[in-house]
Design a protein around this ligand. Structure first.
Ligand code: ADP
Length: 919
């Protein structure tokens, strides 16, 4: 039994105690790792003496692994000089990250141990991994044996070897190590700078930028791992070590960037994105914990986190492969190589994969990562440039395309604008002649239909013209101050009679009176009248149409609401009603007249004014259109309540006077006769710029004013108190003083009888209420042009007998002209016969005669008489029956030289020359 115990103890002793390492200088490097004994002091409480008493356990592996802990580890190593020469050997602990390592060496003479404190917490950090490696030089006498103790205190787990080298071999190792690490560091530095420059200035591609961020983090993390980074940042060994460790564990941040360059992370479930964020957050937390509280468990946690994030990357790439997602291998391959390298080292730190060549393999992967990235970089740059080129090409083509489209659009608009202008003129003519025909044969329905359709076409063309001008930006917005309340009231009052005739209740209310705002009158009118026309069109008798105007003075808005109780618009069609030419199909209704342009125009107009339009509608219940326009309200302009002017010309008093007098200069006089003040105001607003507008509130007053001012044109309502339009028209047309004045009748009555009647009474045109400003303007214009044609005709035939062909108007006025003719003929030789006498004998005031004559022949009375005399003189001279001076007296001239001058002016010759030539 004793023998057995002895044997056991012997074996233990053999296993437990460090084996002797023979130092033979023939070997360049002796790895003592597998021959050392290790003992663990869990409480770190034992003294060196106590430790010496302990039984050391023989290390079984080729390496020495110090786990993550607060424990102290003792390593014992017996070294024997195998030669008969004194030798110097260097003992190296091959891990530069070891925090504290003490070398206990027996000094030869007295056998006492000396302690040498080494480790990253204690020594200054150098730029080369070689110099940071803890080492000690020992001297050996011939055949001397020395026992070496190492005390390692390390929170972060480390993996190391104990190597012994002859001093001279150390130099060689040093240079080869420096060479090897320098090449690696240099390559890394170049890669870092290169990618940095590329990412910043050359490759403006997000994937590349992400991968560059990864490379940045990864490189510093590597420098942390080989223990050189800290020394660059600080001279304090403690903080340099912490910095190295923080850098090592920042790698997962890099991975979260890199994986996005390899695959499109959006293809994955959103959990993957969350997972990446969690990894990012945890990495930051662990880095902070290591920085602030350097403990083994944070360090170990960080290793797990690092490894975990690497497996996560592998998982994502595997899933991407499986699902056949696009993988960018240019980034994918180097990333995988990097992950392989790093994960090998980390797994070994945790105690796995304990084989000798692991570090070399890891290093190989790392070098391959570098190489492949370099190789792929070319591909990345090429792909990027190709993409850029494609983008540029596409952009270029798009630009060309847009330019072409723009040109085409312009061409289209121009073509359209031109053609519309061309269409407008013949259409106006057709309309005008049709009106004439209609007047001549009121019973003929065809004329009526043609005329109405011509009118519709004209309106449509005008609207389309407006639309295309708006689109081409050719329709300017002209804002002018306008008395909004009266303007809108008059505009809408025109619809009152339409409402009455359609038996629709029509109400109008506004939030305020006396408001002046800067608006584009023309556009506002078009918006409101289009909406209102639709409301009336789609509403049946007995239902209601409401217009509400809200002057939101505080926020400078004008809100117009047009609400009807009409057929409504189906919900699914609401979005389309503002499209051009769109009309809601209503199978159950009779077809409504329309073209589908109105609302499109309204929408464009509202846009041009920077406003908004909304519609709410329910089928069968009605629709509400709400237009909101920006308006600048003006309270600095006072309003003339008697004559609210629309549009207002407020600039200054002088300006106003100037404007008024210039109107007198034009001397075109328009008389408007209507009992409705709003309508009078509306018409005034239309013509005020170019005409001297006079108002009369009924036929009777109208007659008085007509005689008094002899207007150039009259616009009169049909239904009026005191004297209605028929009577008014009859009276004016049957009086010589006013018979020539064109009259436009306004009426809500659409029945042909009243139209026929007013034509029989001599009205020149007939306009249905409600009418748009453009309509009256065109009618007035047309009538005045007709008048002008008549004038040319009469001025050409003055003084001569009735010609063979004559228009109707001309024949009507011929009676008057004949009367004048015979009067002047009778009094021709009377040199005292003046304009005043002439008017008196014609039964008119001088101004009445003057205006009528001017309207018919464009001559004043004096001019007419003088012309008459000169013409008669010419005839007499040509007959050669009397001398020139006799003739001069016969035709009422008293002064021969004045006659000669006048004659020369008219005929371009002297009377004597005229005689010889005519004779
Ligand atoms: P149009 O009236 O000439 O057909 P619009 O552009 O004015 O063209 O209107 C487009 C379509 O919107 C009309 O066909 C009509 O069906 C619908 N719509 C417009 N206003 C109303 C309304 N107040 N009530 C019902 N439907 C309407």
């Amino acid at each position: 039994m004793k023998g057995l115990i002895f044997c056991y103890l012997f074996l233990i002793g053999l296993l437990a105690n460090a084996q002797e390492v023979l130092l033979d200088p023939k070997n360049d490097e002796i790895d003592a790792s597998s021959r050392v004994g290790i003992v663990e002091d869990k409480l770190s409480s034992e003294s060196f003496e106590q430790i010496q008493e302990r039984v050391f356990i023989q290390n079984k592996s080729e390496h020495i692994l110090i786990p993550f802990s607060n424990h102290t580890f003792w390593i014992k190593c017996k070294l024997k000089n195998a030669t008969a020469e004194p030798q110097k050997w260097v003992v190296r602990w091959e891990n530069p990250l070891t925090e504290r390592i003490d070398f206990y060496v027996q000094e030869t003479p007295n056998g006492k141990f000396s302690r040498f404190e080494k480790g990253s917490f204690r020594e200054k950090h150098h730029s080369y991994i070689f110099e940071n490696t803890p080492s000690l030089t020992l001297s050996f006498a011939p055949h001397q044996t020395q026992t070496l103790y190492l005390k390692v205190v390390n929170k972060r787990g480390i993996f190391s070897r104990l190597v012994i080298l002859p001093v001279n071999a150390l130099e060689r190792t040093k240079y080869s190590s420096i060479q090897r690490w320098s090449i690696l560091d240099g390559s890394l530095l170049i890669r870092l700078i290169y990618t940095f420059i590329l990412a910043l200035f050359v490759i403006k591609d997000l994937s590349f930028k992400r991968y560059s961020a990864f490379i940045f983090i990864r490189t510093f993390s590597y420098w942390g791992m080989i223990g050189v980074l800290g020394g660059w940042l600080t001279t304090y060994p403690y903080w340099a070590t912490i910095a190295n460790n923080v850098a090592i564990f920042l790698s997962p941040i890099g991975y979260t960037f890199a994986i996005r360059s390899v695959v499109d992370i959006r293809l994955f479930s959103s959990y993957v994105v969350y997972l990446l964020r969690i990894v990012l957050g945890l990495t930051v937390v662990f880095a902070l914990l290591i920085l602030l509280d350097y403990q083994w468990y944070w360090l170990k946690g960080a290793v797990f986190l690092n490894l975990g994030s690497q497996y996560m990357l592998l998982g994502i790439i595997a899933v991407a492969c499986y699902r056949r997602y696009r993988i960018n291998w240019s980034y994918g391959v180097p990333l995988l190589l990097g992950v392989a390298s790093y994960s090998l080292v980390l797994t070994r730190l945790l105690g796995g994969l304990q084989w000798a060549g692991l570090f070399e393999v890891a290093l190989l992967f790392f070098v391959l990562e570098l190489l492949f990235f370099g190789l792929y970089l070319g591909r990345i740059i090429r792909t990027y440039e190709e993409e850029q080129l494609t983008i540029k090409k596409e952009l270029y083509f798009k630009k060309i395309q847009t330019n072409q489209l723009q040109e085409l659009d312009e061409l289209k608009t121009n073509f359209f604008v031109n053609i519309s202008h061309e269409l407008r003129t013949p259409l106006t003519l057709i309309g005008g002649y049709m009106e004439d025909l209609r007047r001549q044969s009121p019973q003929n329905q065809v004329y009526e239909i043609v005329s109405r359709n011509a009118q519709r076409l004209l309106v449509l063309i005008n609207q389309l013209l407006d639309l295309s001008k708006l689109e081409a930006g050719q329709l300017q917005v002209t804002l002018r101050p306008l008395r909004l309340d009266t303007y809108l009231k008059t505009l809408l009052s025109a619809y009152q009679s339409l409402a009455e005739s359609k038996k629709i209740r029509f109400t109008f209310h506004q939030s305020q009176e006396e408001v002046v705002g800067e608006v584009d009158q023309d556009k506002l009118e078009k918006i409101v009248t289009n909406l209102l026309s639709n409301a009336f069109k789609f509403t049946e008798a007995g239902k209601k149409v409401e217009v509400g105007v809200d002057y939101a003075v505080l926020n400078n808005r004008l809100i117009v609401r047009v609400k009807d109780e009409g057929v409504g618009i189906p919900n699914d069609k609401l979005a389309q009603i503002f499209n051009r030419f769109y009309q809601v199909e209503r199978p159950n209704h009779a077809k409504y007249e329309g073209t589908g342009v109105g609302l499109a125009l309204v929408k464009e107009l509202v846009n041009a004014l920077n406003g908004t339009i909304q519609v709410q509608s329910k089928e069968g219940e009605g629709s509400t259109f709400r237009v909101e326009l920006p308006v600048t309200y003006r309270d600095d302009v006072s309003i003339d309540a008697e004559h609210p002017q629309s549009p207002l010309e407020w600039s200054s008093v002088e300006n106003k006077i100037a404007k008024t007098s210039s109107k007198r200069d034009v001397d075109l006089r328009l008389l408007v006769v209507d009992d409705n003040a709003d309508i009078r105001q509306y018409i005034r607003s239309i013509f005020e710029k170019d005409y001297w507008v006079v108002e009369a509130e009924n036929g009777k007053i109208g007659i008085e004013k007509a005689f008094e001012m002899t207007p150039d044109i009259i616009v009169s309502d049909l239904m009026m108190p005191e004297m209605d339009g028929f009577e008014f028209c009859k009276r004016l047309k049957s009086d010589d003083k006013t018979s020539h004045i064109p009259i436009i009748m306004l009426s809500a009555k659409a029945n042909p009888e009243s139209r026929i009647e007013s034509w029989e009474l001599g009205a020149d045109d007939y306009l249905l209420k409600p009418f748009q400003s453009e309509e009256v303007r065109v009618r007035v214009q047309t009538l005045l042009e007709k008048q002008a044609r008549l004038r040319t005709y009469f001025s050409a035939v003055v003084g001569v007998e009735k010609p063979t062909t004559e228009t109707e108007e001309a024949s009507k006025e011929r009676g008057f002209l004949l009367k004048l003719y015979s009067l002047v003929e009778q009094r021709m030789s009377d040199s005292e016969f003046t304009a005043e006498l002439c008017a008196k004998e014609m039964g008119m005031s001088q101004s009445q005669l003057l205006r009528k004559l001017k309207a018919l022949t464009n001559q004043t009375i004096n001019e007419y008489i003088r012309d008459f005399r000169l013409q008669r003189a010419a005839r007499l001279i040509a007959q050669n029956e009397a001398t020139v001076s006799e003739i001069v007296y016969e035709v009422g001239f008293t002064n021969l030289s004045y006659f000669t001058k006048m004659f020369k002016e008219k005929y371009g010759k002297l009377p004597s020359e005229f005689l010889t030539q005519e004779g």
